[in-house]
Ligand binder design. Structure first.
Ligand SMILES: [Zn+2]
Ligand SMILES: [Zn+2]
Length: 265
């Protein structure tokens, strides 16, 4: 039995990620409206009624916008750490106490036949964390919304078969763009987001023989473009001695269009 996943939606406007086996089906974040979330699942041919649970990374609205309504509609348990629960609860509407579960950071929980490992990231939220998924010796890691890629995170996500990794902005576009300086500083800072160049810089330490696919994720709507992100990361990695397309493949993600379900084999 294998794992399948889809980056349902990714970008500063809304994020959702699906990963599942025959037995266990997990949604990470529900950052689009309830209606949009249902549409995304329809597009990948997965019935939301078959979902087992929702894991939350952090309370920013691009990760929880449709969380309350989607969890109510499909009667799904929600997992987050305590600080994230506190920070997001008011935004969810009514959630039954039987639907609320704790997932601490730096913890591994086993759901059916998937082991899920959480790890903290440096980002301006209450207690942000991301996840890697292990099944039958295969590993998929999801890493976005972080200002700084620590050695610890690199260690945690290395040797993943597939990586979903942030390439948020082009530094020049951000600098020249229309955002106020305070916002620019936030994005560029250690608790903001990873730039295209820093993405390549981090990936060079993370990629190994195991790595087959990398998805560039959480692209800024205003300070990045798919082609630019791809080109910057590809060129960056080339300088570090990697050949995209030979050692592994690079994939786009989209704020509205899910990536095709991919089976990790
Ligand atoms: Zn985000
Ligand atoms: Zn965020």
């Amino acid at each position: 039995m294998t794992m399948q996943f889809s980056v349902l939606a990714s970008g500063s406007t809304g994020n959702a990620f699906y990963i599942g086996t025959e037995k266990e089906k997990i949604l990470v974040d529900a950052g689009l409206s309830g209606k949009e979330m249902t549409r995304l699942f329809k597009e990948i041919n997965v019935d939301p009624n078959s979902l087992s649970r929702i894991l939350v990374t952090h309370e920013h609205s691009d990760h929880i916008k449709g969380l309350g309504i989607f969890a109510r509609k499909y009667d799904l348990p929600i997992y987050a750490n305590e600080k994230t629960w506190k920070a997001m609860e008011h935004a969810l509407g009514r959630i039954e106490s039987e639907q609320k579960f704790i997932f601490n950071r730096e913890e591994t929980q086993t759901f059916g036949d998937i082991d899920v490992e959480s790890f903290a990231v440096s980002h301006d939220a209450a207690d942000p964390m991301f996840y890697s998924f292990h099944h039958n010796g295969k590993k998929v890691a999801l890493v976005t919304d972080l200002g700084y890629v620590s050695e610890r995170i690199k260690k945690t996500v290395e040797a993943a078969d597939a990586l979903i990794f942030e390439a948020n902005h082009d530094v020049e576009m951000l600098r020249m763009g229309r955002y106020p300086w305070s916002v620019k500083r936030r994005i560029l800072g250690d608790s903001g987001h990873v730039s295209n160049d820093d993405c390549a810089l981090a990936l060079k330490d993370i990629i190994d023989n195991q790595t087959k696919r990398i998805y560039l994720a959480h692209l800024s709507k205003d300070n990045n473009m798919k082609d630019l992100a791809r080109m910057s990361v590809e060129n960056g990695l080339h300088d570090y001695g990697f050949t995209v397309g030979m050692d592994f493949t690079l994939h786009d993600t989209d704020p509205k269009v899910p990536t095709p379900l991919y089976e990790v084999v």
